[in-house]
Design a protein around this ligand. Structure first.
Ligand code: 4AD
Ligand code: MG
Length: 431
C-alpha cells in the first residue's frame, strides 16, 4: 500500500492508502467515531466504523489522545463537508507512540506568552502551519524574482567589524582577541558585490539589539538585500515595487488555502499591483499635518504616523528624500537639496509599517569619509568599503526588505513574532 500525504489525496480517491502522522482530535457520534488526523501537509478526518475497521482499531477510541503518533490506513473518499474535502474510511490504526501526559495546547484559548513558551509545539497548529507555509512561499518568490532578473547571490557575512545601521543596536560578541558585531545588514558587502557582478543580493538573518517591545521588532530577523550598480533612486524604487508585486502575486497563486485558514481578506492583496505611489518626505509631512497630526518636521515617522500615511492609499507607499541627519551615513545627498538624503522607505498598507528601507549610496569618497566621521564611526573598519569608491565608483542603489514584516502584512497577523519559526525578542531566547 502506498504511503501518501494529505495534500495529495485528490489523486487517490477510491484507493487504499497509508498515512503517517498524529492525532489532532477524537469525536464520537453514536456507534461510529472520528479521528481528525494531521500529517504536516493538512488535516484529514478518518471515520472508524465497526466491521470496516479491525476490532483492535475500533477499540482504540478511548485510548487515543491528541498528538499520539499513528500510522493509519483506509480508503479515500471525496467528502466536501469534511475538513480538506476528503475523508478516510479507516481500516487500521497503528499506534507508534502514546502521549502519556496531557498535551499543553488544547483547543481552548491560550495567552500569547504561553503559546510562545510552547512555540516548539504550537508550530503544529493549523494557523501556525499556514503562516509558515506562506513564509516559505514568500522566500521562494523572493529568490525566484532575483534569480530570474540577472542577480547573483552573494552571501554577506554575519560576523562583522563595523556598524551599518547606527551603533545603538549592535550586538557585540567576543571574537578571539577582539570584538565583532552580529551584522545589522549585509548591504556594505552587497556594494562590493554590485561592483563585481552588477546586480547581487543576499538573503539571511540580521540582528538588531532593539530595546523596543513593539509588535514590529525582533532582535533576529531575515532581510533580503539587493544592490545594483548604475542604478539611481528612481530605478531602485521600481525594483522594490516590482519585487513586492511579484511576491503578492505568487502568494495569491500558491497560498489560497493558507490565506483562507488565516481568514485574510484577499481582495486587499489583489489590489497590490505596481506601480505604487511615491511621495517625498516633505509631502508625507504635509499629508500628516493635513490629517490633523502634530508631527514635527525633521523627525522620523513613528508607527502611528506610518499608519496614518498608509491609510491614505490602498497600495504600499514609497516615501523618498529624507532629512539627511535622520538617515544612515552611506546615503547619497540630493543634488537639488543638500539637506536631503536619497533614501526610500516602503510602508505597507493596513498599518503594517515599514517593510523596505533603502536608497542611493554615496559614491564620492571624500563626502563618504566626512559622513563616517560625522556619525562618529571609526574609519579603520571601513577602509575596504572606501576602496569601492576609489576603484571604479559608480552611482548605485539597493534596499532591504524585512521578511517577517512582509509576511505579517500578507498573513494579517498582528504581531511579527508569529511569522518566524522561533522568534528572538528582548525577552525571549527560548525555545
Ligand atoms: O530600514 P533598515 O534598517 O535598512 C537597512 O538595514 C538597509 N541597510 C538595507 C539596505 O539598503 N540594504 O531595515 C530594512 C528592513 C526594514 O524596512 C524592516 O522591514 C526590517 O528590515 N527591519 C526589521 N524587521 C524586524 N525587526 C527589526 N528589528 C527590524 N529592523 C528592520
Ligand atoms: Mg528603515
Amino acid at each position: 500500500m502506498e504511503t501518501v500525504n494529505i495534500k495529495d489525496l485528490d489523486q487517490y480517491v477510491g484507493q487504499d492508502v497509508e498515512l503517517k502522522g498524529w492525532v489532532y482530535s477524537i469525536r464520537t457520534i453514536g456507534k461510529i467515531w472520528f479521528v481528525i488526523f494531521r500529517d504536516g501537509t493538512g488535516l484529514l478526518q478518518g471515520v472508524v466504523v465497526k466491521g470496516e475497521a479491525t476490532d483492535e482499531t475500533f477499540s482504540l477510541e478511548q485510548k487515543l489522545h491528541q498528538e499520539d503518533s499513528i500510522i493509519i490506513n483506509g480508503i479515500v473518499r471525496k467528502e466536501p463537508r469534511s475538513v480538506g474535502g476528503y475523508e478516510l474510511g479507516v481500516k487500521e490504526i497503528k499506534v507508534v507512540n502514546h502521549v502519556t501526559e496531557e498535551y499543553p495546547i488544547t483547543p481552548k484559548e491560550h495567552g500569547a506568552d504561553f503559546l510562545m513558551s510552547n512555540r516548539h509545539l504550537w508550530l503544529r497548529s493549523k494557523r501556525q502551519n499556514a503562516i509558515m507555509r506562506v513564509r516559505h512561499q514568500v522566500v521562494k518568490a523572493i529568490r525566484d524574482y532575483f534569480d530570474s532578473n540577472g542577480f547573483t547571490l552573494i552571501d554577506s557575512p554575519i560576523f562583522t567589524g563595523n556598524a551599518v545601521e547606527g551603533t545603538t543596536t549592535l550586538f557585540e560578541v567576543e571574537y578571539f582577541e577582539r570584538s565583532a558585531y552580529l551584522t545589522q545588514s549585509g548591504q556594505l558587502y552587497q556594494e562590493a558585490g554590485a561592483t563585481a557582478f552588477g546586480k547581487t543580493y543576499c538573503f539571511g538573518p540580521t540582528f538588531r539589539a532593539e530595546k523596543s517591545k513593539t509588535r514590529r521588532h525582533l532582535t533576529e530577523f531575515w532581510m533580503v538585500e539587493p544592490e545594483m550598480a548604475y542604478v539611481d533612486l528612481d530605478e531602485n524604487m521600481t525594483w522594490a515595487e516590482n519585487l513586492v508585486g511579484f511576491i503578492i502575486k505568487r502568494v495569491l497563486e500558491y497560498c489560497i488555502t493558507e490565506l483562507a485558514v488565516l481568514e485574510r481578506d484577499t481582495a486587499q492583496l489583489e489590489s497590490i499591483v505596481p506601480p505604487f505611489p511615491r511621495i517625498t518626505y516633505d509631502e508625507a509631512v504635509k499629508l500628516l499635518t493635513d490629517n490633523g497630526s502634530d508631527f514635527e518636521y525633521g523627525n522620523d515617522f513613528g508607527a502611528p504616523d506610518e499608519t496614518l500615511l498608509s491609510e491614505q492609499y490602498d497600495k504600499p507607499l514609497m516615501i523618498h528624500r529624507w532629512p539627511a541627519n535622520i538617515k544612515a551615513f552611506y546615503m547619497k545627498r540630493d543634488e537639488q537639496n543638500n539637506k536631503l538624503a536619497l533614501g526610500v522607505d516602503m510602508i505597507a498598507p493596513e498599518g503594517y509599517g515599514e517593510i523596505i528601507g533603502g536608497g542611493q549610496r554615496e559614491d564620492d569618497i571624500d563626502i563618504l569619509i566626512d559622513r563616517i566621521r560625522h556619525h562618529d564611526l571609526p574609519l579603520e573598519p571601513f577602509k575596504w568599503y572606501l576602496d569601492l569608491r576609489k576603484y571604479g565608483s559608480v552611482p548605485h542603489s539597493g534596499f532591504g526588505l524585512g521578511l517577517e514584516r512582509t509576511v505579517a502584512w500578507i498573513c494579517g497577523t498582528k504581531h511579527i513574532r508569529e511569522t518566524i519559526p522561533f522568534p528572538r525578542t528582548m525577552s525571549r531566547l527560548e525555545p
